[in-house]
Ligand binder design. Structure first.
Ligand code: CO
Length: 294
């Protein structure tokens, strides 16, 4: 009898506590229901050929996180403007995050789909820093781009050996075209080339806008007595740079420069994000962020 009475009192007290907690939570908007979202951020591309890469990543991430909303943002203003003219409206990271905050997302994993820790990534980091100072998201985490740590480098090296053309013979080179930048992180390209060459000395990486330039790569190809080279973009998409600067017919394209130097060129017009082993590296970075929301 006494036990029953106590049980009744405890139940009542618990109920009051529960109701008041719910009320407090609602009135202060603090303990909201968890709403997790993923925001994939890329430089963007207006080329239709690039969409294959974006679709591939989109599919992969949506398969991994079936119950989580996956959204996209493009950092390039020029590309967003170009696409808008075609009726395709894409948000900047700033706008995409504002919408997510407005829609009461509590946890957001922003995943950079950039290749390296350059200016685009830094801008994104600053945007996220600003959102962190606002009340709105309980947690917002930015995932590293493709190439940010030594582990990434090791993973990229492994991935590249899985994706280079199978028909390539031992004495034929693979020349990857990175974007390059005047950002200090540009040093990653040469570091990656060193690590690739530890496994196979006929793998090279040059860049369009940084070091190593194509002239140096051409010199190295000659030193190695290479007569044939496969050209591949080391960029998420096979967009403008791959089509024109790498495989284009103009005199200053890599294909033209190397062909003129007596090297047979075989361009491979596929973005890095079209290849599973590479996409897995970006996905691994996102996984690290998502694990922190548990
Ligand atoms: Co560019």
């Amino acid at each position: 009898m006494k036990n029953k009475k106590w049980f009744g009192i405890i139940t009542l007290v618990s109920l009051i506590l529960f109701v008041s907690t719910c009320y407090a939570a609602n009135s202060h908007g603090k303990k909201r229901q968890k709403k997790i979202g993923i925001l994939l951020v890329t430089f963007g591309s207006s080329k239709a050929s690039a969409q294959v890469s974006f679709d591939n990543i989109d599919k992969k991430i949506k398969t991994l996180y079936t119950n989580t909303e996956v959204r996209w943002a493009y950092t390039s203003h020029i590309i967003r403007k170009k696409l808008a003219k075609q009726g395709k409206h894409l948000d900047s990271p700033e706008v995409a995050l504002a919408k997510m905050m407005d829609e009461k997302f509590t946890h957001v994993a922003v995943q950079s789909l950039h290749t390296m820790l350059g200016f685009e990534y830094e801008d994104l980091k600053n945007t996220i820093r600003a959102y962190k100072t606002m009340e709105g998201f309980e947690k917002i985490i930015l995932g590293n781009p493709l190439m940010a740590t030594q582990k990434d480098m090791t993973d990229i090296v492994d991935a590249i050996f899985q994706i280079i053309p199978k028909e390539r013979k031992k004495d034929e080179a693979v020349v990857l075209m990175g974007h390059g930048s005047h950002h200090p992180a540009n040093a990653f390209y040469a570091a990656l080339m060193f690590q690739l060459q530890l496994k196979d000395p006929t793998l090279f990486i040059g860049t369009v806008e940084g070091f190593p330039e194509i002239d140096l790569i051409q010199e190295l190809l000659h030193k190695n007595n290479i007569k044939k080279a496969y050209l591949m973009p080391f960029m998420s998409v096979a967009g403008d740079h791959a089509k024109n600067d790498m495989a284009g017919d103009d005199d200053d394209s890599w294909k033209s420069i190397l062909t003129k130097a007596g090297i047979v060129c075989v361009p491979v017009l596929k973005g890095m994000a079209e290849f599973e082993p590479i996409v897995n590296i970006w996905a691994g970075h996102l996984e690290g962020s998502m694990a922190q929301f548990k």
